[in-house]
Design a protein around this ligand. Structure first.
Ligand code: NI
Length: 267
């Protein structure tokens, strides 16, 4: 069990590449040319239920020196998010979103409450709860019922608590400085990018450019059998300096809105 921030970040990465081998391939591709990878941010997903809301997910990070630095609204996807930064800027920012349950049908709310009620009392306060995996039993029918209302709800139901994505910080790559050149290189190497809203989300004008792979599909074991479902994706971010010369450290809601679709089945 991870009890320190470095151990937790390592555990999150190991778990992430275990279910997202495509990210490891990209990591190896970029580091194979001598580059070191710094993570811009790690993204976590949850529900706005009092036991597992953003502030609960943030606890191990705020206990380790992270500070709340901004919040974001995604009205169309019925999500709310906050981001956290550490004084050591080589550490990844933490981006935590939560689904606004009250904006969904009574059936979805009841289903999600039924999942959360299965979490053993107090487990959500465990330091490494954010990488504990799926702490509940769920059936294929439940997954598919959630999917009809929200990709996001279905993803959390299937995968539980673990990073949704890691993000390569392009500014720290030696081999690439232009996100478009990086995207072309990834495509030449056989990786599929999320093209919802264009491959590059954002621009220099909003101080942040982002792109992402499409989530790879993996076989997930449910209570009553297996389903092949979208898992995690890998993201790439390039940041631009503000007028004060410091790199913008926030997020851009319009861009993140499209990036959430990397785990949609539609693409
Ligand atoms: Ni992200």
């Amino acid at each position: 069990m991870a009890k320190t921030l470095p151990a937790l970040l390592d555990k999150m990465w190991i778990d992430y590449i275990a279910i997202n081998p495509m990210a490891k391939k990209i990591y190896d591709l970029l580091t194979g040319t001598g580059d070191r990878i710094q993570n811009d941010h790690i993204a976590l997903r949850t529900f706005n239920h009092p036991r597992v809301g953003i502030d609960v997910m943030a606890a191990p990070f705020t206990a380790s020196g992270y500070k709340y630095c901004g919040d974001y609204h995604f009205p169309e996807k019925k999500l709310y998010a906050k981001h956290y930064e550490h004084a050591d800027d080589s550490l990844p920012k933490i981006f935590i979103s939560e689904l606004k349950l009250e904006d969904f049908s009574p059936a979805l709310q009841k289903t999600v409450k039924g999942l959360i009620d299965q979490i053993p009392p107090g487990m959500e306060r465990q330091f490494d709860f954010v990488s504990i995996g799926r702490p509940w039993k769920v059936t294929k029918d439940t997954y598919q019922a959630l999917l009809k209302e929200s990709d996001y709800a279905a993803w959390v139901a299937a995968f539980g608590y673990r990073p949704n994505h890691f993000t390569v910080f392009i500014n720290e790559l030696k081999g690439f400085s232009d996100i478009k050149v990086l995207n072309e290189y990834l495509k030449e190497n056989g990786f599929k990018l999320n093209s919802s809203g264009g491959e590059v989300k954002g621009s220099k004008d909003v101080y942040l450019e982002q792109s992402s792979t499409l989530a790879n599909n993996i076989t997930v074991q449910f209570e009553d059998g297996e389903l092949t479902v979208p898992a995690c994706y890998y993201e790439f971010a390039k940041r631009y300096p503000l007028q004060n010369g410091k790199l913008y450290q926030g997020f851009v809601a319009n861009s993140a809105d499209k990036i959430f679709e990397s785990t949609s089945r539609g693409q």
